[in-house]
Design a protein around this ligand. Structure first.
Ligand code: CAO
Length: 416
């Protein structure tokens, strides 16, 4: 069976998390991803947060599956010559260096187009054009600058970053879509183009409901926020909303049986309007079905905290899984708060390949997250990440047509 991106060759200059997320996805869809790394150094994450001495870290291995690695000094003359040949042979170049780094190597967008007019050049930077365009940026900076941190956290508490890597992996996902879109466009135009994603923009895109609420504030308080029922005045900007639902159906995180000793014994409970009567029956408050203070979504808004406190009295008598078993047949949307341990052991996620076990020559077996996007005709097999420079000879020989003598020469010159 062929893969969706069979025949597409990616020159992968990415490092750390944002760029590698993007090229890993493309590799899972079948692209030949050639990861270029500095000789003797490689992607810095190979050595970061190590759990096994002298073995590539999980940080690196879990972001670089299905790729090939070539070492190449792109600042050295011979290395630049080899890099130029790789640009000629590839369809897409992806990079997330600090602003200007590729230009300093001598490979501006103009130069890349000269070498290969069909090349799609995709890059991630922290910020788009403007005051901050020259800044180096990591995940949490993007979460703060993209509006996520100011809208996350307890009511009245400090801004909070989230564990989901929306700045890095979120931007990588955006970039992957930009790349396949540009590949599709190239089918008609015959030309490559530049694809740019700023981490701030990607985070903001994922926070668009909070910009929605910013504008709604001009027309009155945000009644579905717990803050409204608690009679805490709204300020000028979208506030932090604890665990309130971001949509039109109110929801909260509630304690379940065992919460005193299990930090994850909680459920997310949504009081969807269509099943309000079922909620009332389940929690033993059938009187609320017809009570004019509770019967409609509008009248419930100022009473949400009181309502969720009553629901919590019931959820505390059940485990988070029992809550799910009881509520699901009644169409009441609930979700157990799953720990990473529970997710790692989840048999359904193993079956679908979303959680996979991978074997690695240096570190042995480890768990990873497989491709969350499932294509019926292009399934993703997760292959281990490459060792530093594992495919240098193979790429020089098979992609660039180097002879053994030329490979030896490139090594002696320190270019690879
Ligand atoms: N051969 C020779 N030199 C190489 C090379 C190679 N194969 N690969 C990289 N280099 C050089 C770069 O050219 C650069 O040199 P100059 O500074 O002289 O131009 C140098 O290595 C370091 O690159 P960098 O500045 O990108 O790396 P850094 O560790 O200082 O910064 C980061 C890291 C992530 C902050 C920065 O790359 C960045 O802001 N990237 C864009 C935003 C981004 O993706 N951030 C998310 C990262 S994931 O959390």
């Amino acid at each position: 069976m062929t893969k969706a991106l069979d025949g597409v060759r990616i020159l992968d200059m990415t490092h750390v998390q944002s760029g590698p997320t993007c090229t890993q996805l493309l590799a899972w869809f079948g692209a030949d991803v050639i990861k270029v790394e500095r000789p003797g150094v490689g992607d810095a994450t190979r050595g970061q947060l190590r759990d096994v001495p002298d073995a590539d870290s999980l940080y690196f291995t879990m972001l670089n599956h299905n790729k090939r690695s070539i070492t190449l000094n792109t600042k050295d003359d011979k290395g630049k010559e080899i890099f130029t040949k790789l640009i000629e042979k590839c369809d897409v170049m992806v990079e997330n260096f600090a602003p200007g780094a590729l230009g300093r190597m001598g490979f501006s967008w103009e130069r890349i187009q000269e070498i290969n007019p069909r090349m799609i050049y995709a890059s991630i930077k922290g910020f788009g054009p403007g005051d901050y365009e020259d800044c180096k940026v990591y995940e949490n900076v993007a979460q703060c600058a993209g509006g996520s941190a100011s809208t996350t956290g307890a009511i009245g508490g400090i801004p909070m970053v989230t564990g989901a890597q929306i700045g890095d992996s979120g931007t990588g996902l955006h970039l992957a879509l930009g790349i396949v879109t540009a590949l599709y466009h190239r089918e008609q135009s015959g030309k490559g183009q530049r694809v740019e994603c700023a981490m701030q923009d990607s985070v903001l895109n994922l926070c668009r409901v909070k910009l929605r609420d910013q504008q709604r504030l001009a027309h009155g308080p945000l009644k579905e926020y717990a803050q409204f029922g608690l009679e805490i005045p709204f300020g000028e900007a979208t506030p932090r909303a604890g665990n309130d639902s971001g949509g039109g159906q109110p929801g909260r995180i509630l304690k379940c049986k065992g919460w005193e000793h299990d930090p994850d014994a909680y459920t997310y409970f949504i009081t969807q309007a269509a099943v309000w009567k079922n909620v009332c029956d389940v929690i033993g408050r059938p009187d609320w079905k017809e009570d004019p203070d509770y019967a409609t979504p509008e009248v419930r808004l100022p009473r949400l905290t009181q309502i969720f406190e009553a629901i919590e009295v019931w959820t505390m008598t059940k485990t988070k899984f029992e809550v799910m078993e009881i509520c699901n047949p009644l169409n009441i949307p609930v979700g157990p708060i799953l720990s990473m341990k529970e997710i790692a052991e989840d048999s359904a996620l193993r079956k679908t390949g979303t959680v996979v076990e991978v074997d690695h020559p240096e570190r042995g077996k480890y768990l990873s997250v497989g491709n969350p996007i499932k294509l019926s005709d292009s399934p993703s097999d997760v292959e281990r990440s490459p060792l530093l420079g594992e495919h240098t000879d193979e790429i020089l020989r098979n992609v660039l047509g180097f002879s053994d003598a030329e490979i030896k020469n490139a090594k002696e010159e320190g270019a690879v």
